[in-house]
Write a protein that binds this ligand. Sequence first.
Ligand code: TTP
Ligand code: MG
Length: 498
Amino acid sequence: MRDFLFDHIQRLSFSYHATTPTGDLIERVTSDVDALRRFFSEQAIGVGRIALLFVINFIAILNLNVELALVSVVVIPAILLVSLWFFKKVTKAYEEYQAQEAILSTTLQENLTGVRVVKAFARQDYEKSKFEKDNWGKYLKGKILLFMHSMFWPLSDIVLGFQMLFGFVYGATMAINGEISVGTYIAYAGLVVWLIWPIRNLGRIIVQTSTGMVSYARLMEVVKQQREPLFDGQHQPQGAARGDLIFEDVSFMYSDGKSDVLKNVSFHAKPGQAIALLGSTGSGKTSLVNLLPRFHEYTGGQILLDDVELKEYSRSYLRMQIGIVEQEPFLFSRSIRENISYGVGRDVSLEEIERAAKAAAVHEVILTFPDGYNTLVGEKGVTLSGGQKQRVAIARTLLKNPRILILDDSTSSVDTETEAEIREALNDLMKDRTTFIIAHRIQSVMIADLILVLDKGEVVQMGTHAELVKNEDGMYRRVYDIQTKIDAELEIEIARVN
Ligand code: TTP
Ligand code: MG
């Protein structure tokens, strides 16, 4: 079950993950699966035992005397009713308890992930009291649950105690009146205890089933989510794509968004060309390139890859053809070697990995680590700087050898010298691929065959560097002027210091 959930959650869409707290999912995969397992191993087995004991003893008493047998089970409907009533109450209380626990694990998970932010803003006290509040909420919910159980037990025991007493008195009266023999009465007294025991446990099982049902429902909520179909496309080309991309009037809005993030974007990227996207933060650059591997579906217009609409391709095919170096790359807590060869889909030699690392200007850095390429990244190993992470991510993408390469701001956290180094390496690698470069520095985009200047989701300018620079009033020229001015001032300053 847990394995299934893990696989399932990995296959859900981006928008599902964007709106679901990680802590909540962790809670469902761990605690709820456990509750369900406990239910099956402890309760479900008990049901058979209870039924068997009840039937055997009931038949035994029936053989002694029919009237006595019926008298001994009159409370069963009452017990059932009370149990069902408690079942409903406990279900609700347990639901709230689990929901609160999920809130608590979300708080915990976010704080651990964001511990640097918490420290940097000196918010430990705030976060501590927030956690305490959530934890206190869980404690109260747990107390309510406990209280319900502690109400149920004495109540059901009292009812059953009266039942037993009633049976004894009734049987005794029958014996005194000579309706049954004393021997029968003694046999009855011995058996009735074993008739009450299963009834008592039936109540317990009904009440405890609620926890199993709640966890089951919580798991089903996740299971019912649509997986992102990976192989749905009709069009499945055999070989690699050529990388010819045409955007026609493409617009796009996030499923939870209010307005279009991209508006009527049209351009043509020919195979092997480099397309640069320039624009202020939030102008939609990342959103635009994320449409290509179908992380999200565009809402208007069309995108053609090699003259076939993108929606015709399967996601798995597109993702094989497209390599992305993300804005904030993520590395696993595994060795650097594993991180670089991640997702290549074939065996790769160390030479290949080294070649990719050299191209991404990170080979030298890796050699300075204690175990070289086998050094672990993250908690148990070295901590990489932002720029080093990005370069490892570039190496990873280069090794995948995609037809379409997307570099989302991938040189933003490296120094100018390293950037030039990477750019040189990339120039070679970009040769036969359609490449999208998202960058803020003019130097990174001026080599592109086509530059798109984005503003609030619209393409406001389009052309080569030479063309765009000529337009004195254009946004591109403005950015260019500012950047060259800063660079010039910087050079003067450096010359002065030296
Ligand atoms: P982006 O496409 O992320 O903007 P950007 O990549 O151009 O910006 P940056 O240079 O900082 O990387 O976002 C465009 C708009 O879309 C922005 O207003 C936020 C919005 N948005 C969503 O509504 N949902 C999302 O999941 C994302 C990623 C963005
Ligand atoms: Mg971005």
